[in-house]
Design a protein around this ligand. Structure first.
Ligand SMILES: CC(C)(COP(=O)(O)OP(=O)(O)OC[C@H]1O[C@@H](n2cnc3c(N)ncnc32)[C@H](O)[C@@H]1OP(=O)(O)O)[C@@H](O)C(=O)NCCC(=O)NCCS
Length: 199
């Protein structure tokens, strides 16, 4: 298995449907979540990761951070998977490989809740000072989410994604969030958490 993981190429942002409970419980990704995660991937990505790739990712303790957003079951325990996200740690930087929310649960703050958790986890990792990601130039909802967390575009990768508008290839915007270990970023996360009603 390759040690390099190509980040998920997302399909262009589509119309949102939102009729699900928006209050997720965030838990570490485990093997038991993978079937539901892959179901989401097939709905939102043209080239979903294989089960083997996920299993390999989960074995990379210390090099990967993955979190899953679940519905709360009637007892308040984590139920069905509604989204997930994660990053890999390479040369002291965190590279977000995927953030994905079930299409029926998008636009309800689940993506933001996952990003908050990923940033909090990244701040716990000694020496990790920045997070980076690629996003389709047409994926404005994702870009708004990332900007909210402090990401800024620094460049683009031409024809990076397949399956763009009109079936053509599409450029990726490269975004970075620097100084994630700073007090200022901690305050920013605190404000985001407060606005979402998250402790
Ligand atoms: C991108 C994706 C993960 C976002 O998840 P989501 O749960 O729909 O996102 P949220 O509901 O948390 O919304 C993010 C919101 O933060 C919002 N936001 C930005 N700044 C904000 C602020 N200051 N205050 C409040 N909200 C803000 C954004 O506006 C965005 O909402 P909008 O699209 O209605 O404008 C989801 O759309 C998805 O899975 N898409 C398909 C896969 C994909 O494209 N993944 C990204 C690959 S790079």
């Amino acid at each position: 298995m390759s040690t390099h993981v190509t980040p998920h190429p997302a399909v262009p942002a589509g119309e949102k449907r939102a009729n699900a409970d928006p209050a997720p419980i965030i838990v570490p990704m485990r093997r038991k979540h993978l079937r539901e995660i892959r179901r989401i991937d097939k709905l939102v990505y043209p080239r979903p990761w294989s089960m083997a790739l996920y299993l390999d990712e989960l074995q990379r303790h210390g090099e990967r951070v993955y979190r899953v957003a679940c519905h709360a079951d009637p007892a308040g325990r984590p139920g069905g998977v509604i989204g997930y996200g994660g990053f890999m740690i390479v040369a002291g930087e965190g590279h977000i490989t995927s953030v994905a929310v079930h299409p029926e649960c998008q636009g309800r703050g689940v993506g933001a809740r996952l990003m908050l958790e990923l940033h909090r986890e990244a701040r716990r990792i000694e020496g990790l000072e920045a997070l980076t990601l690629e996003v389709r130039v047409s994926n404005e909802a994702a870009q708004r989410l990332y900007r909210w967390f402090g990401y800024a575009p620094v460049g683009s990768r031409t024809n990076y994604y397949r399956g763009g508008p009109g079936g053509k290839r599409e450029d990726a915007l490269v975004m970075w969030c620097h100084d994630i270990d700073s007090d200022e970023h901690g305050r920013q996360l605190g404000e985001i958490a407060a606005s979402m009603g998250v402790r």
